[in-house]
Ligand binder design. Structure first.
Ligand SMILES: [Zn+2]
Length: 308
């Protein structure tokens, strides 16, 4: 990804090395990748909400070229016009972690621009999420989390939490290397933020409290695959800006393959338990990421009313 020299988001909170409340007593709701929210919604079903969201983003956008809006919202820099600085000329001797922060901040900024454009096309305002970089453990509105839990989004404080050592794990343990594999992970978490502010996540968290485990897992898969599809939508518009390099999308698709529930379970425990899947199989994750990427349309990301 040709990310150097592009805008970096101000919404990154660097809490690395601060311990994240290491000494505080454990308790609270524990770790949830998508924690249960306390807010209860109206009487609408999740399907109804999804249809409304799809209507928002699909029908109302009919006849509008979102690309033009996106290009216009990109600070005057047209597609492909981003400055690209020389690798060796920047930040002499800057530690790798700082470069990682720059990379994360740039990817986050790209998601802000893309989602702002998509929301604007519907007359809506996109509210940026924050992204917290941490190391070891972190305290969020969703309770405590350790790096071992992987990156997550907390709807309660609207923040993405990321320990960038996860990217090493992604590379070395899961065999998913490349900067765009990492960008996909960030875009997936931002996808959860989009689900949160459009009402999908609160509805899911409310509904799953009345569900059995198997049913809740199935709906969790639908939520996760939609976040993958949203990441694909983001990649679609990022590609239109001319900042994707050859092989970038393959890196993201490979990451989706490697972190599929079946592939992960096979690797970690040697066998698979399909009823316990809550993120989707490798094939499902690849399919939905590719689907969003191909069309760039949110209406193609309706995992709730489409066979997954
Ligand atoms: Zn997720």
């Amino acid at each position: 990804m040709l990310w150097k020299g592009r805008r970096q988001s101000d919404n990154v909170e660097d809490q690395r090395g601060q311990g994240g409340g290491f000494n505080l007593p454990r308790g609270g709701p524990g770790r949830f990748r998508i924690p249960v929210g306390g807010r209860s919604g109206g009487g609408m079903s999740l399907s109804t909400i999804i249809i409304l969201v799809v209507l928002y983003f699909g029908l109302k956008a009919f006849g509008i070229d979102p690309l033009q809006i996106l290009a216009g919202g990109d600070g005057g820099v047209g597609p492909g016009g981003g400055q690209i600085t020389d690798n060796s000329g920047e930040g002499t001797g800057a530690p790798a972690s700082d470069e990682m922060k720059q990379f994360v901040s740039t990817v986050l900024a790209e998601t802000e621009d893309t989602w702002t454009g998509i929301f604007q096309a519907e007359g809506l305002t996109y509210e940026d999420p924050k992204l917290v970089l941490f190391s070891g453990q972190i305290r969020s509105a969703c309770g405590f989390a350790s790096s071992a839990a992987g990156p997550f989004y907390c709807p309660g404080d609207r923040k993405v939490y990321l320990d960038t050592t996860f990217f090493q794990q992604l590379d070395q343990q899961f065999g998913a290397s490349g900067d765009f594999a990492q960008a996909y992970v960030i875009a997936h978490e931002v996808g959860h933020h989009v689900q949160n502010i459009t009402g999908i996540l609160p509805k899911f968290n409310q509904m799953r409290q009345q569900m059995g485990e198997a049913e809740a897992n199935h709906m969790s898969v639908q939520v996760e695959l939609q976040a993958d599809c949203f990441a694909g939508v983001w990649a679609h518009f990022t590609g239109q800006k001319g900042i994707l390099e050859q092989g970038d999308m393959d890196e993201a698709l490979n990451a989706a393959q490697q972190i599929g529930d079946d592939t992960m379970q096979k690797k970690m425990q040697g066998y698979v338990v399909p009823e316990s899947f809550n993120h989707g199989t490798s094939q499902q994750r690849q399919t939905w990421l590719a689907r969003g990427y191909r069309s760039g349309k949110l209406s193609d990301c309706d995992t709730f009313n489409t066979p997954i």
